[in-house]
Design a protein around this ligand. Structure first.
Ligand code: 5AD
Ligand code: SF4
Length: 443
């Protein structure tokens, strides 16, 4: 029997977070299961999926500009264009009225229908954005992974927190947790397929509960850490309010759990945190950091910071700056506040002028750059274990990889070390990466 999409070639463009990257791997798996093959390039494709992010206006603008580039292609070839992801969920019907012509709009809860929708592709466009309240299992067979050494494994989706600025609960829906045995089976499967690292994914992983037994995230993490074949386990994203000592103890006690944590602070000012509905104060956050560092003095931390939130004063902003000094993050992701439809903050006046937002972002990033350079300098002269992930375009035996602490390491090695662990002697650094040479390789 020929499959519905036999002979077609697909191209997926992904915007946004790791959850979207993983969703694109599922979409690729589903299309491949229906007989389509991955296209060598955009120009050679028959099915184009744009997996969008809605978290900031800028993420949507980037997807729109990519879409604009497809007009020319659409004149030359008969292509099916589908918009998937968070912005598809948020903008739905509005997208169908846009140019170039969009054939399908598919929200995150409906990807399993994509092959059939693409095969039907009726004229005038189709929208599938309804959501289910239960976890929808995709499984490892419906996943075409991008990274040969690190596997994403989703454990939950959606969010019940309703931070005032965030559109995620409106596009990904309420929290839905994946059954623990399915998570463990996918991790074990990744181990047998040769993946060295697993990243457990969810919008708020710390509030994970097994739908059957009610077992929490600490228990899940402990069991995952005992699955054979996987050397490094990471998880994201954590919410500071829900990160308790049980989780920190598993991180400290289980050698396969990386001593690295992404813990979004958002603002160093308790007044701003209150208006953001984050559920913790600056002091509460710092107490979590102290707990983590007491258990793991070598832990590496990263965070997200928003500047220019409604009502953010210069003094509030100074508190975000001093939080960087106080914690000592190895990496930060920082953003200018962007009002999003349907959120509580969208009703507040967006009263920090654009040029002030811009200046604060630059000041924040400059401060972090200095701190990061200092931190990276303290690694020079040490040997760091690195998972090789890619080869440098410059050639000459140069590779790139990540340390247990998730630092980018560029290094030379005498042989191809992609997908393998390497001990790297760090000889130099910049603010955003370590530089070194392989001192020994392992499996
Ligand atoms: N404006 C700016 N940044 C935002 N983020 C989420 N919503 C907004 C918004 N409306 C940031 C937060 C979050 C990260 C994924 O994106 O810092 O942690
Ligand atoms: Fe990821 Fe949130 Fe962006 Fe969706 S809106 S892609 S969940 S960051």
């Amino acid at each position: 029997m020929t499959k519905a999409l036999e002979g077609s070639r697909f191209f997926i463009k992904t915007f946004g977070c790791q959850m979207n990257e993983n969703d694109s791997e599922h979409i690729a798996g589903l299309l491949a299961g229906a007989g389509a093959a991955k296209a060598a390039s955009l120009e050679n494709s028959d099915i184009i999926i744009i997996n969008t992010c809605a978290v900031r206006a800028k993420s949507e603008e980037k997807a729109d500009s990519f879409l604009g580039r497809l007009s020319a292609l659409q004149k030359k070839r008969d292509v099916v264009i589908a918009i998937a992801g968070c912005s598809a969920q948020l903008r739905r019907g509005e997208l169908l009225r846009r140019k170039p012509r969009i054939d399908l709009v598919v929200g995150p809860g409906r990807y399993h229908e994509l092959p059939a929708l693409v095969a039907e592709r009726g004229s005038g466009g189709r929208v599938a954005t309804g959501r289910s309240r239960a976890w929808r299992e995709m499984g490892p067979d419906a996943t075409l992974r991008e990274d040969p050494s690190s596997a994403y494994v989703p454990i939950m989706e959606g969010c019940d927190n309703f931070c005032a600025y965030c559109v995620v609960p409106f596009v990904r829906g309420r929290e839905k947790c994946r059954p623990m045995e399915r998570v463990l089976a996918e991790v074990a499967d990744a181990g047998t397929r040769g993946y060295k690292e697993v990243q457990l994914l969810g919008q708020n992983v710390n509030s994970y509960r097994d739908p059957g037994t009610g077992a929490g995230f600490a228990e899940l993490l402990d069991l995952v850490s005992r699955v054979g074949g996987i050397a490094w386990i990471r998880f994201l994203t954590s919410h500071p309010r829900d990160l308790g000592p049980e989780i920190a103890r598993v991180m400290a006690n289980r050698p396969t759990v990386c001593r690295q944590l992404h813990l979004p602070l958002q603002s160093g000012s308790s007044a701003v945190l209150g208006r953001m509905n984050r559920g913790y104060t600056r002091t509460g956050y710092m107490e979590k950091i102290t707990m983590l560092k007491d258990l793991m003095p070598d832990i590496r931390l990263s965070t997200d910071i928003i500047v220019g939130y409604p009502g953010e004063t210069e003094a509030d902003f100074e508190e975000s700056l001093s939080a960087l000094d106080e914690v000592g993050f190895d990496n930060i992701f920082s953003f200018r506040y962007s009002p999003r439809p349907r959120t509580a903050a969208a009703k507040l006046p967006d009263d920090v002028p654009p040029e002030v937002k811009r200046r604060r972002l630059i000041v924040l990033q400059d401060r972090q750059k200095r701190l990061q350079l200092e931190r990276n300098r303290s690694s020079v002269g040490t040997v760091v274990r690195v998972l090789g992930t890619g080869v440098s375009r410059k050639g000459g035996g140069r590779f790139t990889g990540r340390s247990e602490g998730s630092q980018v390491v560029n290094f030379t090695a005498p042989e191809d070390v992609r997908g393998r662990f390497v001990d790297v002697l760090i000889t130099d650094c910049g603010p955003y990466s370590l530089i070194g040479e392989a001192a020994g390789t392992g499996r």
